[in-house]
Design a protein around this ligand. Structure first.
Ligand SMILES: [Zn+2]
Length: 459
């Protein structure tokens, strides 16, 4: 029994709504879809939801397979809003889809697409308390099996609770035909696993945040195979993409098991989110796909972690560190630091940061505890981390960009991002400890210089 079989077995037995109970991953997965619907007892019509690209990539084939089995299919090709050049997962389109699904009360929604289409259908289905099925068209992100969806609401990106698809039909021929950049982005997104996990573990060791190694353990085996498959992923080999998709589906499950995105989203994700926020706030296009950015950010985060676990207890000076932060007055001057962001966004950041930032006596006490337990904390972090050199090598082997300048973020901006992205979210991460120790500022400059240095082996 594979890990995926084990994870889907309880929902398969109980037919739990909103939980994945079936996965087909392989050749001719699309043709398996109609057979599974019948086996599962799902009668009725299908509403097939795609966008202009995914309808061609897989939608036509899905429609043909369903019609050949005698089902009526209503196809819905979602179009970008007039002001956008591509489809966006925003409240307007979700609302429109809900109206169509409500008018087809007994039809089964089948999403054909990747991040955007999946999230639109996931959210619309969830709000109507309906189940849906997905045919992924790229191994580009790990949200298929997560319980959350990323949605733009009144211009602000939010992560909302949603549901899993009840069944997933990942056709390897479809994935192999996807633009290479999409699958490589999925690879980059997954590389964050050891560092997200280390951030989560550190928050447990320093702040007593509940932690479990189970979500990370779930991925250990497939993650090792994924690293070995970097070159195969880059070439879109079927074997490589099968491992990638398996890892993507398990990664979504790991967040579902954890009840939060913590096992798959740590400080490295904040780097990528910060770049998105800056671009969005200025009405500029994003620098790259989510996973492309996360891959680069993971390399930076890995190098910062290496510096952190190289510290000795005697390098930690709680009194001096607390003197740098005597009170919270500096939080009112955050606008000076985030000079690329608008006032409402800065206010939101201030609110998030204030929830976790300790100052004065409290900061000193926390750092004293960290210093006293440092050998233990350091060993536990080392046990879950991976050498940064392996991340660099994996990115290059898969053909992913390995440095910020490759996606149009210059060194000065990358340094600044590393220094301040921790302000975005109230969740404690290693960047918080590094900054409280007074080390993040200098380290940020050093690791960006290191990643931007010319390298003969770089693509
Ligand atoms: Zn991600």
């Amino acid at each position: 029994m594979t890990t995926l079989d084990r994870l889907t077995a309880p929902a398969a037995l109980a037919k739990t709504p909103g939980r994945t109970r079936h996965v087909t991953l392989g050749a001719r997965a699309i043709e398996e879809l109609p057979r599974w619907l019948t086996r599962d007892g799902l009668a009725g019509d299908v509403v097939l939801i795609a966008d202009e690209h995914t309808i061609v990539a897989a939608g036509d084939r899905v429609e043909a397979a369903l019609e050949a089995s005698g089902r009526n299919v209503r196809r819905l090709v979602l179009e970008p809003r007039p002001e956008d050049d591509h489809l966006v997962c925003e409240d307007g389109v979700i609302h429109a889809l809900k109206a169509i699904l409500a008018a087809n009360r007994h039809a089964i929604p089948v999403a054909v697409g990747a991040g955007t289409v999946n999230d639109i259908v996931k959210m619309a289905a969830h709000e109507l308390d309906r189940d849906y099925v997905v045919v992924p068209t790229a191994a580009s992100m790990n949200g298929y099996t997560s319980l959350i969806a990323a949605i733009l609401i009144a211009g602000v990106k939010r992560t909302l609770p949603a549901r899993q698809p009840i069944a997933i039909f990942a056709d390897i021929d479809v994935l192999a035909a996807a633009p290479a950049e999409l699958n490589r982005a999925g690879f980059g997104d997954l590389l964050s696993k050891p560092y997200s996990n280390a951030d989560w573990l550190l928050s447990h060791l320093v702040r007593d945040v509940p932690y479990s190694s189970a979500p990370s353990d779930l991925l250990d085996d497939v993650f090792a195979r994924l690293l070995d498959s970097a070159r195969a992923v880059g070439r879109a080999d079927h074997d490589g993409l099968t491992v990638l998709m398996e890892c993507i589906l398990l990664s979504g499950f790991s967040m579902t098991i954890a009840g939060s995105s913590a096992p798959a989203s740590g400080g490295e994700h904040l780097i990528s989110h910060y770049w998105d926020m800056e671009q969005f706030d200025r009405g500029l296009p994003l620098h790259g796909l989510h996973g492309t950015q996360v891959g680069i950010a993971t390399r930076l985060s890995a190098l910062l972690f290496e510096r952190l676990v190289a510290l000795e207890a005697r390098d930690i000076h709680p009194v001096q560190c607390a003197q740098r932060r005597p009170d919270k007055a500096w939080l009112d001057r955050l606008g000076d630091v985030h000079d690329t962001l608008s006032a409402p966004v800065v206010a939101e950041l201030r609110d998030q940061l204030a929830q976790k930032q300790l100052v004065a006596g409290e900061l000193r006490a926390e750092l004293e505890r960290v210093r006293d337990r440092w050998p233990e904390i350091r060993e536990k972090l080392r046990a879950v981390l991976m050498p940064a050199a392996e991340i660099t090598e994996a990115l290059r082997a898969a053909g992913c960009p390995d440095r910020a300048s490759r996606i149009g973020v210059d060194a000065a901006r990358a340094v600044k991002t590393l220094r301040v992205c921790r302000h975005m979210r109230n969740r404690y991460v290693a960047f918080d400890l590094m900054d409280d120790l007074g080390l993040l500022e200098g380290w940020a400059e050093a690791v960006v210089a290191e990643t931007e240095a010319p390298d003969a082996s770089a693509p």
